[in-house]
Design a protein around this ligand. Sequence first.
Ligand code: SAH
Length: 247
Amino acid sequence: MKAKVWLIGAGPGDPELLTLKAVRALSEAEVVLIDDLVNPLILEHCPNARVIAVGKRGGCRSTPQDFIQRLMLRYARQGRCVARLKGGDPCIFGRGGEEAAWLQAHGIEAELVNGITAGLAGATQCGISLTLRGVSRGVTLVTAHTQDDSPLNWSALAQGGTTLVVYMGVNKLEEVRHGLLAGGLAGETPIAMIENASLPQQREQRSTLMQLCEDAAQFKLRSPAILVIGDVAAQAASSSALLQIPA
Ligand code: SAH
């Protein structure tokens, strides 16, 4: 049998937000490499597998990506069924595409399994519909953090007219605010900050673009968190009082 690696999205944290396909792949896996942001409760689906923590807190601080890829290759070449568990969706800021291509280039079959990405889950868990009819015609997922620190085109994002969901933004709040204000987004634009989405310790705070940094500091916003920026972020979880829902 040809060796295979599953690249599996573990979803945002709630173990019930896992796909049936992910559960099946995990039950077949003999070696499971697990990232930091994956809820360890998910491991109940692979009780007999060898589990290796490969997140930054998992002990491979130096060249983690290279190290992880070589681990996958080593076990796959031993003929073992390998599962790589990533937070959210493997292809949303998750290097799933890169890893699949790398494995294929080394003669190993790779299969990607979708997960629910944190930005979509976080919004829904807080009662925010990212494309609420009559309010938002689309959604843009964007990371505030880039490997080479190249600047984002904030004015294109500000002018785009879609809801923005910002990943990895906790240490970039000043840049987010400055970029979007300079790009023409109104200071009153509603924002939701959502930390630990879908987990029991989930917290959320509503704010505006103008107040973002002050409110985040007061709220003590910590990673992992996403920002939902746009008029839809005025929707409340418990009532529609903040926003007029179109009939
Ligand atoms: N592949 C992942 C994203 C990995 S990048 C996905 O699809 O969700 C890591 C970033 O994702 C974090 O910095 C944070 O912005 C976001 N994130 C991941 N899990 C989260 C959670 N439970 N709550 C809020 N944000 C989360």
